[in-house]
Design a protein around this ligand. Structure first.
Ligand SMILES: Nc1ncnc2c1ncn2[C@@H]1O[C@H](COP(=O)(O)OP(=O)(O)O)[C@@H](O)[C@H]1O
Ligand SMILES: [Mg+2]
Length: 332
């Protein structure tokens, strides 16, 4: 390591546009990622997350995209760079069918992977054994057919394979989908551990909004556009009153009542989080809260219970997407 901390840019994307035929999929996306950062990519299905990762991992032909893209200083725009880029990165696809041979045992998959990457087989197996153990893949399944494994186990074998060559950058497309809730946290904490120990740069595409907890930055995508690329805590702090939230349970909550609350002057954002549950964000939270309660009482809105909290990333994400949808409605 150098004596000063000039942090290396591992991935740089400037003005990326992707189109398949007449269909524009990605619109002018730019961001850059430093060594050791974990980037969470969030957005509903079809937002373009997988497409961006596929550009970065040399899986989309150059004729389908434009922009300046660099992955560890090499551009995937040039075919001659592909093998160098691929040697430097690990890729765990959304569907594990794409990197696993189901007819083979996990350890045979390791053999195949090792020969594809020109790795010493013995060394690859040793690394695989430790990865399988860390990822909690039962030892009695290592030499049994992959077909007999559960979905979650296959996913974890697929993850282990993406890591055997100790890549500098790891791309994970929905690593926790199809994995039990109890194992999800283990996978995320394992990734965080790996990141700390080896300084591996990571991209994690996930629907699991709690995964933001292990991310240095989050990317929020909607309809092929990058809405945000920021430290999750900063996004939360950018909300009214730095993300302070009051949660009400309101008797007979309906749209009329929501609209009345919306009209209160300090109210900035409202989100219905349950049948009778509402969260409200306001300017000048401390002064506004008692006034809002007074106002609701005057309007005959019955509050059954009330609590205060700070917005989570999940809430930020919902509000951000809601905001974008409202903007669109106004334009239409
Ligand atoms: N090879 C392709 N040809 C045509 N359309 C595609 C292709 N790949 C992806 N798309 C479309 O691009 C959009 C974004 O897809 P994707 O990147 O897979 O989204 P996400 O991973 O966020 O769910 C979707 O509308 C999808 O149908
Ligand atoms: Mg996807």
């Amino acid at each position: 390591m150098s004596s000063y901390n000039a942090v290396k840019i591992m991935v740089d994307v400037q003005n990326l546009n992707v189109a398949f035929g007449n269909k524009k999929i990605i619109h002018d996306v730019s961001f850059s990622v430093k060594k050791g950062e974990i980037i969470g990519m969030f957005g509903i299905s079809g937002a373009g997350k997988t497409t961006i990762i596929r550009v970065l991992t040399c899986q989309i032909e150059k004729k389908n995209w434009t922009g300046n893209v660099k992955v560890s200083d090499l551009t995937p725009a040039k075919k001659k760079n592909h093998s160098k880029i691929l040697a430097n990165i690990g890729y765990v696809p959304q569907l594990e069918t794409l990197n696993l041979y189901f007819d083979f045992k996990p350890m045979v998959n390791v053999d195949v992977f090792a020969s594809n990457y020109g790795m010493n087989k013995k060394e690859a197996k040793e690394i695989a054994r430790s990865l399988f153990t860390i990822l909690d893949i039962p030892e009695d399944t290592w030499d049994k057919s992959l077909k007999k494994m559960s979905g979650g186990e296959k996913k974890r074998v697929s993850m282990a394979l993406g890591l055997i060559h100790r890549p500098e950058i790891l791309f994970l497309d929905e690593p926790t989908t199809g994995v039990d809730a109890s194992k999800r946290y283990d996978i995320l904490s394992y990734l965080k551990k790996l990141n700390r120990q080896l300084n591996t740069t990571m991209f994690i595409i996930t629907h699991d909004l709690e995964a933001a907890l292990i991310c240095d930055k989050v990317a929020i995508l909607r309809e092929g556009k990058l809405l945000e690329f920021e430290v999750p805590q900063k996004l939360i702090l950018s909300l009214p009153s730095e993300g302070l939230v009051v949660r009400f349970i309101i008797e007979g909550l309906n749209n009329d009542k929501i609209n009345i609350i919306k009209k209160f002057v300090s109210v900035q954002k409202i989100i219905r989080v349950g049948n009778e549950m509402l969260e409200v964000l306001m300017n000048n939270f401390e002064e506004s809260l008692p006034k809002l309660i007074q106002y609701m009482m005057e309007k005959g809105i019955k509050i059954n219970s009330m609590s205060r909290d700070v917005a989570t990333f999940r809430r930020y994400f919902q509000l951000r997407i809601q905001e974008e949808e409202e903007k669109e409605k106004i334009l239409m």
